[in-house]
Design a protein around this ligand. Sequence first.
Ligand SMILES: *Cc1c(COP(=O)(O)O)cnc(C)c1O
Length: 413
Amino acid sequence: MNSKQFACRWVLKHQHKLKQAVRSCHLQVKHALGLEDYKTYEDDSQVTFKYSEMTTTFAEPHQLRSKPDVSELKFGQVFTDHMLKVFYHQALGGWQKPAIIPFENISLHPAAKVLHYAIELFEGLKAYRGIDGKVRVFRPDLNMRRMNLSAKGSGLPTFDGIELIKCMNRLVQVDQEWVPHTEGSSLYIRPTLIGIDGTLGVARSESALLYTILCPVGSYFDKTSNNSLSLLADPTYTRAWPGGCGDRKMGSNYGPTIRVQNKAAKKGCQQVLWLYGDDHQLTEVGTMNIFAFYVNERGDKILATPPLNGLILPGVTRQSIIELILEWGEIEIQQRTITMHEIITLQRENRLLELFGSGTACIVSPISSIEYMDTAIQIPTKEHANPLYQRVLDRLAAIQYGHIEHPWAMPIE
Ligand SMILES: *Cc1c(COP(=O)(O)O)cnc(C)c1O
């Protein structure tokens, strides 16, 4: 090989490092010249971490934890042996190399933005062990799209979702023994992105940490209940509002809901039905989307869910249910505003068939009652033969557990 060929090969091999060095140099020169930096995250949409650069450090035998009995498991209490970490430092050219490491605590500067201004977002998706033993992840591309939208809304860096899917798949593979073997249980995947700059200014993050942790889960809701929900609908509380960020999975949306959840619990209800506006529109149930199945005045069966108007988290399960119903073609699906007045009228006229919540954690959760303005409204969700919520749940489970091959379930090789 002559020296020119050698040089060219060297450049090809090291081009990513050169690019990082040039970018970092460019920033420093601009800074030295006092030029304003107009660089935004949109500009670095091609800038991402790469699965191909990921390193893996396996836990030592003494670090491995014993695996719990999943039937005993409460949601999110036990974590697996490894985690994924990727740092972002603007001063170092952006995203650093991803690393799978033994599960560990993270160390943060006490001024880290996440700790003061909740500059953080998260995602939730699941890996399922199929009847053929293969592990499949459900529609991770949709979670990646939503995660990048949340990042843009929080002044956090964006990345190529495909690269994170590949890194997370590898993490699940490393901890694959943790994917439960019983149908109904799964491995919950929690990607999280936090702003870690040690500066107190309320500003976009120049340093961030993206990490992913995994936990085996049984069922999300308390097994002692008969698995149908009682809700408190109190119009004095609001989860999201127009122009806000209720349609993003940002941590700041969840902390303020705890006091309302406590109030629901005091009244003997399991979850909060979030209302909005003077007409008491139904928006979400706890951290789930909501669906109402009813018969209209002409006798047609309709499945309705609130529209993605900014108040609603665009759930992957919600979208999947809408797509299934469209595919089945038997029931009309409507994305529109539903009010408490309408629910009461439908219920009174015996035209309300079912009310259910949808989300990755429980997939579909039937609702049996709503406590609203001091009256208890009974919902006959579980009083029908072959209810729609069960058909939807069965179909999604068949896809997730590999009973049917379907493009929504992505096998991990
Ligand atoms: C996560 C979440 C959902 C459900 O979204 P999925 O993608 O189906 O899990 C619904 N509402 C809220 C408020 C959520 O945080």
